[in-house]
Write a protein that binds this ligand. Structure first.
Ligand SMILES: *[C@@H]1O[C@H](CO)[C@@H](O)[C@H](O)[C@H]1NC(C)=O
Length: 490
């Protein structure tokens, strides 16, 4: 090779390298992602839709939920691509929405999304209030997974049984009642600056539900067996602490903090070191929320126990950051946290949100994260949260956005009954239960409705993804996966 050619080649390689660097610098529009994530909650609305409804392919549905049992359970959210109103993930989702609205209220307002965020919370809390007609009664589910999943129909055409299932003094459910208390307490904080009477109302329900959860201990899926196959609870101790922590945040009443301290060992708050934060397992959330009290210098006589909570909060954060002396959350080669095959993205969005929140708490206190592999600046937690958000939005080996309707390339065969069938406003005739499978579910074409802002289950452990409606592990969106995104994108 002549010398001039060598120089030319070196130059060319240099240019290519530069281009590769430029190509991996993504500039995502988080405001747009935030707006779209909130739209997903409108697509999931059950009940009578308001005139302000922006997802216009949807219409009223479930207008008699609860009536056959003498209770009004109209409203709330459908869980995922189906039409069951599952109480536990719905309540967790509202808690996440509210936490996002509390922690990142300034940013959400700057994006002009506070109205939409409060609506998303309120669609849940209005329903929880209806579902809680007496101090020790909580309706925890409407519809039944088995019969619902037997059909592929629009919510507006629903023909399936809409039985309600309740908890009461004879049918305990501390996990569900505790999570609902947490959701209402967090929402009371989120609403306080905007509507103090509504905030007070939410708090009344939250306190009653916490007492109900605490005094009548048990697993909700023993009382509501039809939830077991879909949302089995691994325990209720975390939800009791979680509810207490949120009630302390909402009331400043030391009774609730003392509860979390006195029960730190018995209920596992200071003992459990976990690598997952989800609708089922709230330990990491409690540990980080309680760390805030310590970081604000308000630990007082409780400081020692709160430090035990924080040690476990650190374990979770370090495990996500891969700095936990080998006890880390698995990360794909593409850089995504990977916890489980079925809807892995829900664990990604919740973990990323939690790290963003923890980063705020630490930096407000001028503190660092202590990991077995060194001290970490709060900014590093935020960078990590950003890496997960960017993976979701398209910075991944498939160059696809797992947030539907964002960017040029996103899943078009989302496993969602309503999105996969032409809107009732266009196709007026009823699509019957089994007919929907032949006509729509197996239809090779993309969905007629783009379900904007839905976070699908996402790729497998090899960063691979197949955009197919039958691939329920990867193409179905859920409330609990979407809810942490509001705070994360903000
Ligand atoms: C506040 O909440 C109440 C329900 O408790 C509602 O009737 C009222 O319209 C709300 N006020 C505002 C300003 O949104």
């Amino acid at each position: 090779m002549r010398k001039s050619n060598v120089i030319l080649l070196a130059l060319l390689v240099g240019i290519l390298r530069l281009e590769a660097t430029i190509a991996t610098v993504f500039d995502f529009n988080y405001g747009e992602a935030l707006d779209k994530s909130l739209l997903f909650f409108e697509a999931q609305r059950s009940g009578k839709l308001p005139p302000t409804q922006r997802v216009t392919w949807r219409a009223d549905s479930g207008l008699k939920d609860g009536f056959s049992q003498g209770v009004d359970l109209v409203g709330g959210y459908y869980d995922a691509g189906d039409h069951v109103k599952f109480g536990l993930p719905m309540a967790f989702s509202v808690t996440m929405l509210a936490w996002g609205a509390i922690e990142f209220s300034k940013e959400i307002r700057e994006y002009n999304q506070m109205g939409n965020a409060l609506w998303a919370i309120r669609w849940g809390t209005d329903y929880f209030i209806k579902a809680h007609p007496q101090p020790n009664v909580l309706w925890g589910q409407v519809g039944d997974g088995a019969s619902d999943h037997y059909c592929w129909e629009r919510a507006e055409d629903m023909t399936t049984p809409r039985n309600g299932y309740k908890l009461d003094a004879n049918n305990h459910g501390s996990d569900l009642a505790g999570e609902t208390a947490a959701a209402l307490a967090a929402s009371a904080i989120a609403f306080k600056p905007y509507n103090s009477s509504y905030s007070n109302l939410l708090l009344v329900h939250a306190k009653q539900l916490f007492s109900f959860a605490d005094n009548f201990r048990g697993l909700y899926d023993d009382s509501i067996p039809s939830a077991k196959q879909f949302y089995t609870s691994s325990g209720y101790s975390d939800e009791l602490l979680w509810a207490a922590a949120w009630l302390y945040e909402a009331t400043n009443d030391v009774y609730y903090l003392k509860y979390a301290v006195d029960n730190a060992v018995y209920l596992g708050g200071a003992g459990w070191a976990v690598k997952e934060f989800s609708w089922d397992n709230k330990y990491a959330g409690v540990q980080i929320l309680i760390s805030k009290i310590l970081l604000e210098g308000k630990g007082g006589a409780f400081t020692n126990t709160l430090m035990q909570y924080q040690a476990k909060a650190d374990y979770f954060a370090c495990a996500c950051l891969q700095k936990n002396d080998g006890y880390n959350v698995y990360k794909t080669t593409g850089g995504l946290l990977y916890v489980r095959e079925w809807n892995n993205m829900q664990y990604v969005s919740s973990a990323a949100f939690l790290l963003a929140v923890y980063s705020e708490y630490l930096s407000a206190a001028n503190a660092k994260l202590t990991c077995p592999e060194g001290l970490i600046q709060p900014q590093e937690l935020l960078n990590f949260a950003k890496s997960q958000a960017d993976y979701i939005l398209g910075n991944n080996p498939k160059s696809i956005s797992y947030l539907v309707g964002y960017g040029p390339n996103y899943p078009t065969h989302v496993r969602h009954r309503g999105a996969s069938i032409t809107s009732i406003h266009i196709l007026h005739s009823v699509v019957e239960c089994v007919q929907g499978f032949e006509a729509w579910y197996y239809n090779p074409q993309g969905n007629p409705n783009v379900i904007y802002g839905a976070l699908v289950g996402g790729p497998n452990q090899n960063d691979d993804f197949s955009d197919d409606r039958s691939n329920y592990e990867e193409t179905e969106p859920t409330l609990s996966g979407n809810a942490p995104l509001i705070g994360l994108f903000a």
